[in-house]
Design a protein around this ligand. Structure first.
Ligand code: AMP
Length: 137
């Protein structure tokens, strides 16, 4: 059982903010910004590419509700909704989850959004062609 399944089974505690038949939302114990909430399905899927469309659709609707509740309840000015897949992407818990992180003007948090440049338009087009191939396949 992964740690989120233990939370679902109530084997370990969590501070739950929302629950329905399929979905649980609870406070992240290591908040990037206080109020950081995790949204998970009660059935374990991992990663996003293995998660059924209808589960993903439901998760995103709950994320939307949590983001709205952070605005209404916490006075947040915005939010980041983040979902990591694989250790290369920084994923630690192997159970699909969305991070809904409230953001406040002047909260001081800066993502290390280290934007790069393509060597040329041709390089970008070559990579786009490979993604189109992936979509077709
Ligand atoms: P990720 O790196 O996307 O896999 O994120 C996993 C998240 O789960 C991290 O932000 C952790 O702080 C959070 N986390 C791990 N264990 C717990 C727990 N027992 N209760 C709440 N959040 C947790």
């Amino acid at each position: 059982m992964n740690i989120f399944e233990k939370i679902i089974a109530r084997e370990i505690p969590a501070t739950i903010v929302y629950e329905d038949g399929d979905t649980l939302a609870f406070m992240d114990i290591g908040p990037i910004i206080k109020g950081h909430t995790l949204v998970i399905p009660k059935t374990c899927y991992d990663p996003v590419t293995e998660t059924p469309d209808e589960v993903l659709a439901k998760l995103m609707l709950v994320c939307k509700r949590i983001a709205a509740a952070q605005i209404k309840g916490l006075g947040a000015d915005g939010s980041n909704i983040i979902q990591n897949n694989g250790s290369a992407a920084g994923q630690v818990v192997p159970h699909i989850h969305f991070h809904v992180i409230p953001r406040f003007e002047g909260d001081g948090h800066r993502w290390n959004w280290n934007a790069k440049k393509y060597d040329s338009p041709a390089e970008m087009e070559k990579l786009a062609a490979k993604i189109r191939e992936g979509l077709a396949g």
